[in-house]
Design a protein around this ligand. Structure first.
Ligand code: ADP
Ligand code: MG
Length: 256
């Protein structure tokens, strides 16, 4: 199987005044193509530090990182930005949508930056908006959407460029538990549709059932890795309601 992420002996230290903080101590990990991975651990265990390194937003103090066969651990900022834009989609706890843009424009923006022409941009944006069930909310600005809907816009944006990897750092932390579970199910469905690697972090143990692999981080080290048993098909990714023609029914389902 195709290896998307291969990190070896990653360390990350921060200097806070005179204090040295070892956020990651010696982390090695492989993630294959087409896997849905949950990264769990209490607050302060190093989840965001690891996610930022995996997402090429930051580099490790020590260790190797091979992303899709390319060594990225020692890359400079501009090289990292290039890889990031080409290969990686992001979903954040606070959605990070641009408030003045409509949901359509938010989703289309990465395609503008990528130089995708107007016609294809419109088609691709409409396609992912339909996949996340927001075809009726394309002209709404973020403040006209619920938290769950905003996160669905962010998921559509993350996938519009068809990345190889999506990093979602605590995507459900600002949502109630029912909406959070629906977002985890939607991300699973998107992951299977796009056949990509998808990593989400959370400190909510209730969300981990959906994942293929579970990685538990504690105090900057991997405490355990539970891999999906060999040969086991991933659980079918059923959406809460797919009866009405679109992925989410004729009207977007929301619990918040
Ligand atoms: P989590 O996402 O699991 O809550 P983090 O990766 O944010 O954990 O943090 C891991 C540890 O690294 C914590 O002790 C945190 O205080 C520290 N840390 C994170 N970012 C920085 C930073 N920029 N400067 C100094 N310390 C940091
Ligand atoms: Mg964090």
């Amino acid at each position: 199987m195709e290896k998307v992420i291969d990190i070896k002996h990653i360390k990350k230290e921060y200097q806070l005044g005179t204090q040295q903080i070892f956020a990651l101590k010696d982390v090695s990990l492989e993630i294959m193509k087409n896997e849905y991975v949950a990264l769990m651990g209490p607050s302060g265990s190093g989840k965001s530090t690891l996610m930022n390194i995996l997402g090429c937003l930051d580099t490790p103090s020590e260790g190797q990182y091979t992303l899709n066969g390319t060594q990225v651990a020692k890359m400079h900022d501009d090289e990292l930005a290039f890889i990031r834009n080409k290969e990686i989609g992001f979903v954040f706890q606070t959605f990070n949508l641009l408030p003045r843009l409509s949901s359509f424009e938010n989703v289309a923006l990465p395609l503008v930056y990528a130089g995708v022409g107007e016609k294809e941009r419109k088609e691709r944006t409409e396609e992912v908006m339909l996949m996340v069930g927001l075809q009726d909310r394309m002209n709404n600005k973020p403040n006209q959407l619920s938290g769950g809907q905003r996160q669905r816009v962010a998921i559509a944006r993350a996938l519009a460029r068809k990345p190889k990897l999506v990093i979602a750092d605590e995507p459900t932390a600002n949502l109630d538990s029912q909406t959070g579970a629906a977002i985890i199910a939607l991300m699973r469905w998107m992951q299977q549709n796009f056949k990509i690697s998808f990593i989400f972090s959370s400190h909510d143990n209730g969300l981990i059932k959906a994942a293929d692999d579970l990685i538990v981080l504690r105090d900057g080290v991997i405490q355990s890795i539970r891999r999906k048993p060999d040969g086991e098909a991933p659980p079918p990714a059923a959406l809460p309601d797919d009866s009405g023609g679109s992925a989410w029914g004729s009207t977007p389902q929301d619990t918040d």
